[in-house]
Design a protein around this ligand. Structure first.
Ligand code: R5P
Length: 315
């Protein structure tokens, strides 16, 4: 097998390769003066099982095109089987039409990946599970909940509540809540624009409780900042924990996440957080989980068993 990496998160790819006890495969990526990407595989992949690790994180389009180009090079070099390991699937939030003259961009990305020869996709906490339906090839989605929960656990006080910042994260919140036997609180979020949202209702009683807000991603940090405000207004304790799978942490997030009621923020390394100066940020590696999944693919093993073993409630 061969593990290749684009430029989006070489540290993660190297950690996955280390877990699998292989070296990263040779793949040179450069940019032409006009910005076009240039890819060259520097070692044979003929008949090999190739895993291309590339989150399509910001700059999303650059990383996506890189991934497509690496897959195309791999297919033309007669690889045996191509798996795209896309720990963070960019465009995942564009999974439905919100008007009559708009694309479903997540579906377009799926078609592009298949067009260049990707035969299998491995991702982590897709924004919406139905994105799998945009593909005709197998898609496996890992849950980062067990990994993040292990990191959050020592900081969780008694009588905590798990908070879903919108309707889309209720299932994830319930997974955390099942581990600690805590209630799930749901916030009702209204989207004002692509960059602005507002919390209108807190569903559940948070008075005197410490809250763990869970989400699939922190992008601008707006959702978390507004959720913290709403919870404090509703009587929650000012020691909020945050656990989110993908720490995009865009410009401005640092300020929004500097709220004095936020005690600690946990994200995984699906997206590189290098250079992000967010206070109280703890990054947990997803590499062992992805490597375990890859090992199972190679041995025709079951991913369901892998995740079920991690999901067992702890006392
Ligand atoms: C929304 O549906 C997502 O699950 C996240 O809550 C959202 O994308 C986070 O974005 P931001 O940090 O910009 O509020």
């Amino acid at each position: 097998m061969v593990v290749l990496s684009g430029t989006a998160n070489r540290d993660l790819a190297a950690s996955i390769a280390r877990e699998l006890d292989v070296k990263l495969g040779g793949c040179e990526i450069q940019r032409f003066p006009d910005g076009e990407v240039s890819v060259e595989l520097t070692e044979p992949v003929r008949r090999k099982d190739v895993f291309i690790v590339q989150p399509t994180s910001p700059p999303v389009d650059e990383h996506l095109i890189e991934l497509l180009a690496i897959a195309d090079a791999t297919r033309r070099a007669a690889a045996g089987h191509i798996t795209a390991v896309i720990p963070y699937f960019g465009y995942g939030r564009q999974d439905k039409r919100r008007g009559h003259r708009v694309p479903i961009t997540a579906s377009m990305v799926a078609e592009l990946l298949e067009a260049v020869g990707v035969e299998h996709v491995l991702s982590v906490d897709l924004h919406a599970p139905q994105i799998e339906g945009f593909f005709r090839i197998p898609v496996d989605t890992l849950s980062a909940v067990p990994v993040l929960y292990e990191a959050v656990r020592p900081y969780l006080p008694d009588h905590a509540a798990v908070v879903s910042p919108d309707a889309g994260r209720v299932t994830m919140a319930a997974q955390y809540a099942a581990q600690i036997n805590a209630p799930v609180i749901v916030l009702h979020k209204r989207r004002e624009s692509a960059t602005e949202t507002g919390v209108t209702h807190v569903v559940g009683d948070v008075r005197g409780r410490s809250c763990l807000i869970v989400d699939d991603m922190i992008s601008t940090g707006g959702t978390i900042a507004e959720s913290v405000e709403a919870l404090i207004d509703a009587g929650a304790n000012p020691d909020v924990l945050v656990a989110a799978t993908h720490g995009l942490l865009l410009e401005g997030a640092q300020e929004k996440l500097s709220h004095k009621a936020i005690h600690r923020i946990f994200v995984t390394d699906t997206v590189s957080t290098a250079g992000k100066e967010v206070p109280n940020l703890e990054v947990v590696s997803i590499a062992p989980l992805i490597a375990a999944a890859v090992s199972r693919f190679l041995a025709d093993g079951s991913l369901t068993e892998l995740q079920a073993a991690l999901r067992k409630p702890r006392s």
